[in-house]
Design a protein around this ligand. Structure first.
Ligand code: ZN
Length: 335
């Protein structure tokens, strides 16, 4: 269906979100949703009292919380904050799906060592994971990150059950992640979709891929970054000062697949620039102005040389034929 292009007058969301609506002043439905929900920084006192509850309830366990560490800025800062500022005892969990960059591994090992913590690494068999990813490509599924995101959730469930941990801290934060169009992603907890996609591709069972098919344990999720004045740029400086934490090459450099998916597949095949959602969230949280966001969007999303190298790497690793992939990219998405 043809729709005339429109961009919100308050944020930078546009008609690349098929469900977006605009009022007579050109303000989008995401802005209205944000105001209606009254999204803002939560009380710090509430966080402290929650931390006290956690410590009391977990006093007979070796760990207070579970924390999924990707090596990116949000989860790295969260870990630092939980240990150094909140005195929590996290069990650090990491999922190795074969895509972690050297930067991510460097950051994870560094932080865990410096903070003297236990690290639980869950390794998904690469061949199994590759076939699942290929299944998502061949079924033309927009959310190619679903297999990773579902696995991370499942691993948390498995590890919490194993170590009797009732709480999970998450790096989720309204300052950069409040706005995300529903049409751009699937429900990450929906294992039946993964199962169906895998089955249609010819995969009938899962050997090492972790999945949620029943409710294992009640985990309470806490997002400390929503209770503090969290700013990614400041967080990077704090981490740099604390240890040799490094960010290599921008957002999502912790996984080459995530980078290639968000910066090439989504914009080229689906006309979706995820930076819009991220920047709009930052505008709403008053971390950036709309003009600054528009300037960032003017910049190319991928460095040309990097794109050539990353494309080669991803296709080879996933055993995708280049000719097939180029057709796949051109093929119009039919939602
Ligand atoms: Zn808006």
């Amino acid at each position: 269906m043809f729709r005339e292009y429109q961009v919100c007058s308050k944020c930078v969301m546009d008609t690349s979100d098929p469900s977006i609506e605009f009022d007579e002043n050109g303000i989008c439905s995401h802005c209205h949703w944000y105001e209606q929900r009254g999204i803002k920084q939560k009380s710090f006192a509430d966080l402290i009292s929650k931390v006290e509850d956690i410590k009391l309830n977990q006093k007979n366990s070796n760990y207070d919380v579970i924390l999924g560490l990707s090596g990116g800025v949000d989860s790295s800062f969260l870990l630092y904050y939980c240990v150094v500022k909140l005195n929590l005892r996290p069990l650090v969990v990491h999922c190795d799906n074969g895509w972690n960059s050297e930067a991510a591994i460097h950051n994870i090992e560094l932080l865990v060592k410096k903070l003297n913590l236990d690290l639980y690494t869950y390794i998904i068999d690469w061949e199994e994971f590759r076939e699942l990813q290929r299944a998502f490509f061949y079924s033309d599924n927009i959310d190619l990150e679903m297999v990773t995101d579902h696995a991370m959730n499942a691993i948390q469930q498995i590890v919490c059950e194993k170590f009797k941990i009732k709480y999970s801290v998450s790096g989720q934060n309204y300052q950069s992640e409040s706005i995300l169009p529903r049409d751009w992603v699937h429900d990450k907890m929906d294992f039946s979709l993964i199962q169906k996609t895998a089955f249609n591709y010819g995969i009938n069972d899962f050997k090492t891929y972790p999945y949620i098919n029943k409710k294992l344990i009640d985990i309470e999720f806490i997002s400390p970054l929503n209770h503090i004045d969290y700013n990614k740029e400041d967080a990077k400086k704090i981490l740099n000062k604390f240890c040799d934490w490094k960010e290599y090459g921008g957002k999502h450099s912790e996984s080459i697949f995530t980078k290639f998916y968000q910066n090439y597949i989504l914009p080229t095949k689906y006309n979706i620039d995820k930076r819009r959602a991220h920047l709009s969230s930052m505008i709403k949280a008053k971390q950036i102005t709309r003009n600054e966001a528009l300037q960032i969007l003017e910049k190319p999303i991928y460095d040309e040389v990097e794109l050539i190298n990353d494309k080669k790497y991803v296709l080879k690793k996933l055993r995708l034929d280049e000719k097939w992939f180029n057709e796949y990219i051109k093929k119009e998405y039919d939602s």
